[in-house]
Design a protein around this ligand. Structure first.
Ligand code: SAH
Ligand code: SF4
Ligand code: F3S
Length: 459
Protein backbone atom coordinates (compact mmCIF):
# COMPACT_ATOMS: atom_id res chain seq x y z
CA UNK A 1 0.00 0.00 0.00
CA UNK A 2 1.34 3.44 -0.90
CA UNK A 3 0.10 6.96 -1.29
CA UNK A 4 -1.11 8.04 2.14
CA UNK A 5 0.94 11.18 1.54
CA UNK A 6 2.54 10.80 4.95
CA UNK A 7 6.22 11.18 5.67
CA UNK A 8 8.53 9.70 8.31
CA UNK A 9 11.84 10.81 9.77
CA UNK A 10 13.99 8.39 11.80
CA UNK A 11 16.90 9.61 13.91
CA UNK A 12 19.32 6.91 15.03
CA UNK A 13 21.54 6.87 18.12
CA UNK A 14 23.84 4.14 19.44
CA UNK A 15 25.34 1.10 17.79
CA UNK A 16 25.20 -0.47 14.34
CA UNK A 17 22.36 -2.72 15.41
CA UNK A 18 20.25 0.40 15.75
CA UNK A 19 21.37 1.51 12.29
CA UNK A 20 20.20 -1.84 10.94
CA UNK A 21 16.91 -1.68 12.86
CA UNK A 22 16.25 1.86 11.60
CA UNK A 23 16.69 0.68 8.05
CA UNK A 24 14.24 -2.16 8.62
CA UNK A 25 11.77 0.22 10.31
CA UNK A 26 12.03 2.63 7.37
CA UNK A 27 11.22 -0.21 4.99
CA UNK A 28 8.24 -1.26 7.11
CA UNK A 29 6.98 2.33 7.21
CA UNK A 30 7.42 2.70 3.47
CA UNK A 31 5.30 -0.44 3.00
CA UNK A 32 2.70 1.20 5.23
CA UNK A 33 2.61 4.26 2.97
CA UNK A 34 5.07 6.66 4.57
CA UNK A 35 7.69 8.30 2.35
CA UNK A 36 11.05 9.36 3.85
CA UNK A 37 11.30 13.03 4.90
CA UNK A 38 14.55 15.01 4.83
CA UNK A 39 13.93 16.72 8.15
CA UNK A 40 11.66 16.36 11.19
CA UNK A 41 10.01 19.71 10.36
CA UNK A 42 8.18 18.15 7.45
CA UNK A 43 7.53 14.70 8.96
CA UNK A 44 4.16 13.36 10.11
CA UNK A 45 5.99 10.72 12.12
CA UNK A 46 9.34 11.12 13.89
CA UNK A 47 11.01 8.02 15.34
CA UNK A 48 13.93 8.33 17.74
CA UNK A 49 15.86 5.05 17.76
CA UNK A 50 17.66 5.40 21.06
CA UNK A 51 20.66 4.08 23.01
CA UNK A 52 20.85 3.43 26.75
CA UNK A 53 24.45 2.30 27.05
CA UNK A 54 25.79 5.33 28.96
CA UNK A 55 23.97 8.08 30.82
CA UNK A 56 24.92 10.71 28.24
CA UNK A 57 23.49 8.64 25.40
CA UNK A 58 20.19 8.15 27.24
CA UNK A 59 19.90 11.83 28.20
CA UNK A 60 20.34 12.93 24.58
CA UNK A 61 16.90 11.52 23.89
CA UNK A 62 15.25 14.00 26.22
CA UNK A 63 16.97 17.05 24.74
CA UNK A 64 15.94 15.77 21.32
CA UNK A 65 12.35 15.38 22.53
CA UNK A 66 12.42 19.00 23.73
CA UNK A 67 13.28 20.14 20.20
CA UNK A 68 10.63 17.86 18.71
CA UNK A 69 8.03 19.30 21.06
CA UNK A 70 8.59 22.73 19.51
CA UNK A 71 8.30 21.32 16.01
CA UNK A 72 5.15 19.45 16.96
CA UNK A 73 3.56 22.60 18.35
CA UNK A 74 4.57 24.73 15.38
CA UNK A 75 3.11 22.18 12.99
CA UNK A 76 -0.07 21.91 15.08
CA UNK A 77 -0.62 25.65 14.57
CA UNK A 78 -0.66 24.94 10.85
CA UNK A 79 -3.20 22.15 11.41
CA UNK A 80 -0.66 19.36 11.00
CA UNK A 81 -0.38 16.41 13.32
CA UNK A 82 3.04 15.01 14.25
CA UNK A 83 3.37 11.59 15.84
CA UNK A 84 6.46 11.01 17.96
CA UNK A 85 7.75 7.52 18.68
CA UNK A 86 10.63 6.49 20.93
CA UNK A 87 12.17 3.19 19.86
CA UNK A 88 15.37 1.35 20.80
CA UNK A 89 17.07 0.64 24.09
CA UNK A 90 15.83 3.66 26.08
CA UNK A 91 12.30 2.64 25.11
CA UNK A 92 12.97 -0.86 26.41
CA UNK A 93 14.70 0.26 29.60
CA UNK A 94 12.45 3.14 30.62
CA UNK A 95 9.11 2.20 29.07
CA UNK A 96 6.28 4.11 30.68
CA UNK A 97 8.64 6.54 32.43
CA UNK A 98 9.27 8.16 29.04
CA UNK A 99 5.59 9.02 28.69
CA UNK A 100 5.59 10.57 32.16
CA UNK A 101 8.73 12.59 31.57
CA UNK A 102 7.99 13.61 27.98
CA UNK A 103 4.23 13.81 27.29
CA UNK A 104 5.08 14.84 23.71
CA UNK A 105 5.69 11.13 23.02
CA UNK A 106 2.82 9.21 21.39
CA UNK A 107 4.39 5.77 21.22
CA UNK A 108 7.12 3.81 23.01
CA UNK A 109 8.28 0.74 21.11
CA UNK A 110 10.99 -1.69 22.20
CA UNK A 111 13.55 -3.28 19.83
CA UNK A 112 11.65 -6.59 19.63
CA UNK A 113 8.36 -5.05 18.48
CA UNK A 114 9.25 -3.20 15.28
CA UNK A 115 7.21 -5.56 13.12
CA UNK A 116 4.10 -4.21 14.91
CA UNK A 117 4.98 -0.56 14.24
CA UNK A 118 2.18 0.11 11.75
CA UNK A 119 -0.52 -1.29 14.08
CA UNK A 120 0.92 0.54 17.05
CA UNK A 121 0.91 3.82 15.14
CA UNK A 122 -2.70 3.31 14.20
CA UNK A 123 -3.54 2.75 17.87
CA UNK A 124 -1.48 5.76 18.92
CA UNK A 125 -3.47 8.00 16.59
CA UNK A 126 -6.54 7.52 18.78
CA UNK A 127 -5.16 6.46 22.19
CA UNK A 128 -2.87 8.50 24.40
CA UNK A 129 0.60 7.08 25.07
CA UNK A 130 0.78 3.61 23.52
CA UNK A 131 3.55 1.32 24.70
CA UNK A 132 4.92 -2.04 23.49
CA UNK A 133 8.10 -3.28 25.12
CA UNK A 134 7.31 -7.01 25.07
CA UNK A 135 9.93 -9.60 24.36
CA UNK A 136 7.79 -11.75 22.05
CA UNK A 137 8.35 -15.49 21.66
CA UNK A 138 7.91 -14.92 17.98
CA UNK A 139 10.82 -13.18 16.32
CA UNK A 140 10.43 -9.81 14.66
CA UNK A 141 12.69 -10.69 11.72
CA UNK A 142 10.12 -13.14 10.36
CA UNK A 143 7.42 -10.49 10.34
CA UNK A 144 9.29 -7.47 9.05
CA UNK A 145 8.86 -6.88 5.33
CA UNK A 146 11.47 -8.45 3.06
CA UNK A 147 14.39 -6.09 2.55
CA UNK A 148 13.68 -4.08 -0.55
CA UNK A 149 15.60 -3.88 -3.77
CA UNK A 150 15.18 -0.09 -3.50
CA UNK A 151 18.35 -0.13 -1.46
CA UNK A 152 21.43 0.64 -3.54
CA UNK A 153 24.31 1.02 -1.12
CA UNK A 154 27.54 -0.94 -1.72
CA UNK A 155 27.81 -1.86 1.95
CA UNK A 156 25.16 -3.36 4.21
CA UNK A 157 24.68 -4.40 7.80
CA UNK A 158 22.99 -7.71 8.45
CA UNK A 159 21.93 -8.59 12.00
CA UNK A 160 22.50 -12.31 12.57
CA UNK A 161 22.35 -12.40 16.37
CA UNK A 162 20.66 -10.28 19.01
CA UNK A 163 20.75 -9.99 22.76
CA UNK A 164 23.38 -11.08 25.23
CA UNK A 165 23.69 -13.62 28.03
CA UNK A 166 27.07 -12.44 29.30
CA UNK A 167 25.86 -9.98 31.94
CA UNK A 168 28.98 -7.87 32.30
CA UNK A 169 28.23 -6.02 35.53
CA UNK A 170 28.38 -2.54 33.94
CA UNK A 171 26.18 -3.24 30.92
CA UNK A 172 22.50 -2.68 30.13
CA UNK A 173 22.40 -4.69 26.90
CA UNK A 174 21.17 -7.99 28.42
CA UNK A 175 18.24 -6.02 29.85
CA UNK A 176 17.45 -3.88 26.80
CA UNK A 177 17.95 -6.50 24.10
CA UNK A 178 17.07 -9.63 26.02
CA UNK A 179 18.55 -13.11 25.81
CA UNK A 180 20.87 -14.25 23.10
CA UNK A 181 19.06 -15.21 19.91
CA UNK A 182 20.55 -16.41 16.62
CA UNK A 183 18.61 -16.07 13.38
CA UNK A 184 18.28 -19.27 11.34
CA UNK A 185 20.86 -19.74 8.59
CA UNK A 186 18.30 -19.80 5.76
CA UNK A 187 16.83 -16.43 6.77
CA UNK A 188 20.30 -14.88 6.77
CA UNK A 189 21.29 -16.39 3.43
CA UNK A 190 18.09 -15.13 1.82
CA UNK A 191 18.65 -11.65 3.17
CA UNK A 192 22.29 -11.70 2.06
CA UNK A 193 21.31 -12.80 -1.46
CA UNK A 194 18.78 -10.00 -1.70
CA UNK A 195 21.29 -7.44 -0.48
CA UNK A 196 23.85 -8.71 -2.99
CA UNK A 197 21.25 -8.54 -5.74
CA UNK A 198 20.52 -4.93 -4.80
CA UNK A 199 24.21 -4.07 -5.21
CA UNK A 200 25.83 -4.66 -1.81
CA UNK A 201 29.34 -6.08 -2.14
CA UNK A 202 30.35 -5.75 1.51
CA UNK A 203 28.35 -7.32 4.34
CA UNK A 204 28.95 -6.65 8.01
CA UNK A 205 27.31 -9.28 10.18
CA UNK A 206 26.00 -7.76 13.39
CA UNK A 207 25.25 -9.01 16.86
CA UNK A 208 25.73 -7.70 20.40
CA UNK A 209 27.74 -10.86 20.76
CA UNK A 210 28.08 -11.89 17.15
CA UNK A 211 30.63 -14.66 17.58
CA UNK A 212 28.27 -16.48 19.94
CA UNK A 213 26.18 -17.08 16.80
CA UNK A 214 24.71 -20.59 16.73
CA UNK A 215 21.75 -20.34 14.34
CA UNK A 216 20.02 -23.40 13.04
CA UNK A 217 20.89 -24.61 9.56
CA UNK A 218 18.63 -26.56 7.21
CA UNK A 219 20.72 -29.60 8.09
CA UNK A 220 19.32 -29.33 11.63
CA UNK A 221 22.73 -28.44 13.03
CA UNK A 222 23.66 -25.29 14.90
CA UNK A 223 26.02 -23.36 12.64
CA UNK A 224 28.91 -21.41 14.10
CA UNK A 225 29.75 -17.90 12.89
CA UNK A 226 32.78 -19.42 11.14
CA UNK A 227 30.59 -21.76 9.11
CA UNK A 228 28.16 -18.96 8.29
CA UNK A 229 31.01 -16.74 7.08
CA UNK A 230 32.38 -19.49 4.84
CA UNK A 231 28.94 -20.01 3.32
CA UNK A 232 28.33 -16.28 2.76
CA UNK A 233 31.72 -16.04 1.06
CA UNK A 234 30.33 -18.35 -1.64
CA UNK A 235 28.01 -15.58 -2.89
CA UNK A 236 30.00 -14.42 -5.91
CA UNK A 237 29.16 -10.71 -5.83
CA UNK A 238 29.90 -10.43 -2.11
CA UNK A 239 33.53 -9.32 -2.11
CA UNK A 240 34.02 -8.45 1.54
CA UNK A 241 32.80 -9.77 4.87
CA UNK A 242 33.13 -8.30 8.34
CA UNK A 243 31.49 -9.00 11.68
CA UNK A 244 31.05 -7.11 14.94
CA UNK A 245 31.01 -7.14 18.01
CA UNK A 246 32.89 -10.12 19.31
CA UNK A 247 33.44 -11.35 22.83
CA UNK A 248 36.89 -12.82 23.57
CA UNK A 249 35.27 -15.85 25.21
CA UNK A 250 33.49 -16.83 21.99
CA UNK A 251 36.49 -16.51 19.68
CA UNK A 252 36.59 -20.22 18.74
CA UNK A 253 39.37 -22.06 16.89
CA UNK A 254 37.22 -22.37 13.78
CA UNK A 255 36.62 -18.61 13.68
CA UNK A 256 40.32 -17.88 14.10
CA UNK A 257 41.02 -20.33 11.28
CA UNK A 258 38.60 -18.53 8.90
CA UNK A 259 40.67 -15.38 9.36
CA UNK A 260 43.64 -17.22 7.93
CA UNK A 261 41.77 -18.99 5.15
CA UNK A 262 38.94 -16.89 3.79
CA UNK A 263 40.17 -14.08 1.60
CA UNK A 264 36.84 -12.25 1.64
CA UNK A 265 36.95 -11.93 5.42
CA UNK A 266 38.63 -8.56 5.99
CA UNK A 267 41.80 -8.46 8.12
CA UNK A 268 40.25 -6.31 10.79
CA UNK A 269 38.72 -7.39 14.08
CA UNK A 270 36.92 -5.46 16.81
CA UNK A 271 37.63 -7.35 20.03
CA UNK A 272 36.76 -5.45 23.22
CA UNK A 273 38.82 -6.16 26.34
CA UNK A 274 37.43 -3.39 28.64
CA UNK A 275 40.20 -3.42 31.28
CA UNK A 276 43.79 -4.58 31.77
CA UNK A 277 43.58 -5.73 35.37
CA UNK A 278 42.41 -9.23 36.22
CA UNK A 279 40.77 -8.03 39.41
CA UNK A 280 38.72 -5.47 37.49
CA UNK A 281 37.94 -7.97 34.72
CA UNK A 282 36.62 -10.29 37.44
CA UNK A 283 34.49 -7.54 38.99
CA UNK A 284 33.18 -6.77 35.51
CA UNK A 285 32.23 -10.43 35.06
CA UNK A 286 34.06 -10.43 31.74
CA UNK A 287 34.80 -14.17 31.93
CA UNK A 288 38.33 -13.72 30.56
CA UNK A 289 41.68 -12.73 32.01
CA UNK A 290 44.30 -10.41 30.65
CA UNK A 291 46.52 -13.32 29.63
CA UNK A 292 43.68 -15.10 27.89
CA UNK A 293 43.13 -11.94 25.87
CA UNK A 294 46.78 -11.51 24.85
CA UNK A 295 47.05 -15.22 24.05
CA UNK A 296 43.96 -14.91 21.85
CA UNK A 297 45.50 -11.95 20.04
CA UNK A 298 48.69 -13.97 19.50
CA UNK A 299 46.74 -16.82 17.94
CA UNK A 300 44.66 -14.53 15.74
CA UNK A 301 47.83 -12.81 14.51
CA UNK A 302 49.42 -16.18 13.87
CA UNK A 303 46.46 -17.10 11.65
CA UNK A 304 46.35 -13.71 9.92
CA UNK A 305 49.60 -11.76 10.46
CA UNK A 306 48.38 -8.52 8.85
CA UNK A 307 45.19 -8.31 10.93
CA UNK A 308 44.45 -4.90 12.49
CA UNK A 309 42.72 -4.81 15.84
CA UNK A 310 40.20 -2.51 17.39
CA UNK A 311 38.77 -2.61 20.91
CA UNK A 312 36.52 -1.08 23.56
CA UNK A 313 37.91 0.04 26.91
CA UNK A 314 36.26 1.40 30.07
CA UNK A 315 38.18 3.54 32.57
CA UNK A 316 37.13 4.17 36.15
CA UNK A 317 35.10 1.04 36.79
CA UNK A 318 34.15 1.02 40.53
CA UNK A 319 37.21 0.35 42.67
CA UNK A 320 39.75 0.77 39.83
CA UNK A 321 43.01 2.00 41.37
CA UNK A 322 45.77 3.97 39.63
CA UNK A 323 47.85 0.79 39.48
CA UNK A 324 44.98 -1.15 37.90
CA UNK A 325 44.41 1.60 35.35
CA UNK A 326 48.15 1.45 34.58
CA UNK A 327 47.60 -2.19 33.59
CA UNK A 328 45.06 -1.05 30.98
CA UNK A 329 47.70 1.31 29.55
CA UNK A 330 50.26 -1.52 29.54
CA UNK A 331 47.89 -3.85 27.74
CA UNK A 332 47.22 -1.25 25.04
CA UNK A 333 50.98 -0.79 24.63
CA UNK A 334 51.51 -4.52 24.46
CA UNK A 335 48.79 -5.29 21.88
CA UNK A 336 48.81 -2.16 19.72
CA UNK A 337 45.47 -1.10 18.21
CA UNK A 338 44.67 0.39 14.82
CA UNK A 339 41.55 1.96 16.28
CA UNK A 340 39.65 1.92 19.58
CA UNK A 341 36.68 3.24 21.51
CA UNK A 342 37.21 4.26 25.12
CA UNK A 343 34.73 5.44 27.70
CA UNK A 344 34.44 6.70 31.24
CA UNK A 345 32.49 4.18 33.28
CA UNK A 346 28.87 5.30 33.54
CA UNK A 347 26.67 3.82 36.27
CA UNK A 348 23.54 2.34 34.69
CA UNK A 349 20.26 1.77 36.50
CA UNK A 350 19.63 -1.85 37.42
CA UNK A 351 23.15 -3.13 36.68
CA UNK A 352 25.19 -4.77 39.49
CA UNK A 353 28.05 -2.25 39.17
CA UNK A 354 25.71 0.67 39.83
CA UNK A 355 25.60 -0.13 43.53
CA UNK A 356 29.22 -1.24 43.99
CA UNK A 357 31.33 0.60 46.55
CA UNK A 358 34.23 2.85 45.58
CA UNK A 359 32.70 4.61 42.60
CA UNK A 360 35.60 6.49 40.99
CA UNK A 361 35.32 10.31 41.06
CA UNK A 362 34.50 12.00 37.75
CA UNK A 363 37.76 13.99 37.60
CA UNK A 364 39.84 10.83 38.07
CA UNK A 365 37.91 9.12 35.27
CA UNK A 366 38.43 12.16 33.06
CA UNK A 367 42.21 12.16 33.69
CA UNK A 368 42.46 8.45 32.95
CA UNK A 369 40.44 8.77 29.78
CA UNK A 370 42.64 11.63 28.59
CA UNK A 371 45.80 9.59 29.16
CA UNK A 372 44.36 6.52 27.48
CA UNK A 373 42.99 8.40 24.49
CA UNK A 374 46.34 10.12 23.91
CA UNK A 375 47.96 6.69 23.65
CA UNK A 376 45.20 5.27 21.43
CA UNK A 377 45.30 8.28 19.11
CA UNK A 378 49.06 7.93 18.78
CA UNK A 379 48.67 4.24 17.92
CA UNK A 380 45.98 5.00 15.36
CA UNK A 381 48.06 7.77 13.79
CA UNK A 382 51.09 5.48 13.63
CA UNK A 383 49.02 2.75 11.99
CA UNK A 384 47.61 5.21 9.45
CA UNK A 385 51.08 6.59 8.68
CA UNK A 386 52.41 3.05 8.18
CA UNK A 387 49.89 2.69 5.33
CA UNK A 388 51.34 5.54 3.25
CA UNK A 389 52.84 4.17 0.03
CA UNK A 390 50.95 0.89 0.33
CA UNK A 391 48.41 -0.32 -2.19
CA UNK A 392 44.94 -1.43 -1.14
CA UNK A 393 41.64 -2.33 -2.69
CA UNK A 394 39.17 0.32 -1.63
CA UNK A 395 35.42 -0.04 -1.89
CA UNK A 396 34.09 3.41 -2.77
CA UNK A 397 30.83 4.15 -0.96
CA UNK A 398 29.84 7.79 -1.44
CA UNK A 399 30.79 11.36 -2.36
CA UNK A 400 33.28 13.20 -0.20
CA UNK A 401 32.91 16.77 1.00
CA UNK A 402 34.84 18.26 -1.90
CA UNK A 403 33.36 18.04 -5.40
CA UNK A 404 35.03 15.29 -7.41
CA UNK A 405 36.04 13.42 -4.27
CA UNK A 406 34.86 9.96 -3.25
CA UNK A 407 35.09 8.20 0.12
CA UNK A 408 35.64 4.51 0.61
CA UNK A 409 37.25 2.08 3.04
CA UNK A 410 40.42 0.03 3.11
CA UNK A 411 40.33 -3.60 4.23
CA UNK A 412 41.28 -2.20 7.67
CA UNK A 413 38.13 -0.06 7.72
CA UNK A 414 40.05 3.21 7.43
CA UNK A 415 38.18 5.94 5.55
CA UNK A 416 39.96 6.85 2.30
CA UNK A 417 39.45 10.01 0.26
CA UNK A 418 40.40 10.08 -3.41
CA UNK A 419 39.68 12.21 -6.44
CA UNK A 420 37.64 9.88 -8.57
CA UNK A 421 34.63 9.92 -10.89
CA UNK A 422 31.14 9.06 -9.62
CA UNK A 423 31.18 5.93 -11.74
CA UNK A 424 33.46 4.33 -9.17
CA UNK A 425 30.88 4.39 -6.36
CA UNK A 426 30.08 0.80 -5.47
CA UNK A 427 33.30 -0.45 -7.07
CA UNK A 428 36.37 -2.01 -5.59
CA UNK A 429 39.40 -0.15 -6.90
CA UNK A 430 43.10 -0.47 -6.26
CA UNK A 431 44.60 2.70 -4.81
CA UNK A 432 47.95 3.86 -3.51
CA UNK A 433 47.85 5.64 -0.17
CA UNK A 434 49.39 9.10 -0.56
CA UNK A 435 48.71 10.65 2.82
CA UNK A 436 47.52 9.89 6.34
CA UNK A 437 45.64 11.94 8.92
CA UNK A 438 44.58 10.97 12.43
CA UNK A 439 41.25 9.50 11.26
CA UNK A 440 41.50 8.98 7.52
CA UNK A 441 43.74 8.43 4.51
CA UNK A 442 44.25 10.10 1.14
CA UNK A 443 44.82 7.99 -1.95
CA UNK A 444 45.52 8.03 -5.68
CA UNK A 445 43.53 5.73 -7.94
CA UNK A 446 45.55 3.07 -9.76
CA UNK A 447 44.41 1.14 -12.80
CA UNK A 448 42.77 -2.04 -11.70
CA UNK A 449 42.31 -5.39 -13.34
CA UNK A 450 38.78 -5.39 -12.00
CA UNK A 451 37.91 -2.16 -13.77
CA UNK A 452 39.02 -2.20 -17.41
CA UNK A 453 36.85 0.83 -18.08
CA UNK A 454 38.65 2.87 -15.47
CA UNK A 455 40.72 4.84 -17.97
CA UNK A 456 37.50 5.87 -19.68
CA UNK A 457 35.82 6.64 -16.34
CA UNK A 458 38.79 8.80 -15.43
CA UNK A 459 38.24 10.74 -18.64
N1 SAH B 1 28.75 -6.45 23.06
C1 SAH B 1 29.88 -5.66 23.01
C2 SAH B 1 29.70 -4.19 23.28
C3 SAH B 1 28.44 -3.63 23.80
S1 SAH B 1 28.36 -1.97 24.28
C4 SAH B 1 30.94 -6.26 23.92
O1 SAH B 1 30.69 -7.13 24.69
O2 SAH B 1 32.04 -5.82 23.88
C5 SAH B 1 29.72 -1.15 23.57
C6 SAH B 1 30.73 -0.70 24.56
O3 SAH B 1 30.22 0.27 25.42
C7 SAH B 1 31.24 -1.79 25.47
O4 SAH B 1 32.19 -2.59 24.87
C8 SAH B 1 31.81 -0.98 26.61
O5 SAH B 1 33.15 -0.64 26.39
C9 SAH B 1 30.97 0.28 26.59
N2 SAH B 1 30.07 0.31 27.76
C10 SAH B 1 29.06 -0.54 28.01
N3 SAH B 1 28.47 -0.22 29.19
C11 SAH B 1 29.13 0.86 29.67
C12 SAH B 1 29.01 1.65 30.84
N4 SAH B 1 28.10 1.38 31.78
N5 SAH B 1 29.87 2.70 31.01
C13 SAH B 1 30.80 2.96 30.08
N6 SAH B 1 30.97 2.25 28.96
C14 SAH B 1 30.14 1.20 28.74
FE1 SF4 C 1 27.29 -5.90 27.40
FE2 SF4 C 1 29.09 -7.66 28.17
FE3 SF4 C 1 27.04 -8.44 26.68
FE4 SF4 C 1 28.94 -6.94 25.62
S1 SF4 C 1 29.20 -9.03 26.42
S2 SF4 C 1 26.75 -6.66 25.39
S3 SF4 C 1 29.52 -5.59 27.30
S4 SF4 C 1 26.94 -7.68 28.77
FE1 F3S D 1 23.01 1.33 22.72
FE2 F3S D 1 21.23 -0.57 22.67
FE3 F3S D 1 23.21 -0.58 20.95
S1 F3S D 1 22.05 0.37 24.46
S2 F3S D 1 24.85 0.36 22.08
S3 F3S D 1 21.63 0.93 21.06
S4 F3S D 1 22.28 -2.35 21.90
Amino acid sequence: MTGTGKRHFIKTFGCQMNVYDSERMAEALEMAGYAAADSPDVADLVVLNTCHIREKAAEKVYSELGRLNQIKQARAKGGLRTMIAVAGCVAQAEGREILARAPVVDLVVGPQSYHRLDDLLRRASTERGVIDVDFPEDDKFKHLPVRGAARRAPTAFLTVQEGCDKFCTFCVVPYTRGVEYSRPVREILEEAERLAHAGACELTLLGQNVNAYHGQGDDGEAWSLARLLRRLAEIPTIRRLRYTTSHPRDMGDDLIAVHGEEEKLMPYLHLPFQAGSDRILGAMNRKHTRNEYTELVRRIREARPDIALSTDIIVGFPGETDAEFAQTIELVEEVGFAQAYSFKYSARPGTPAETMDDQVPEDVKADRLRELQALLSAQQAAFNTSCVGRRFDVLFERHGRRPGQLVGRTPYLQAVHADAPDALIGRMIEVEISGAGPNSLEADILRSAESPDLARANG
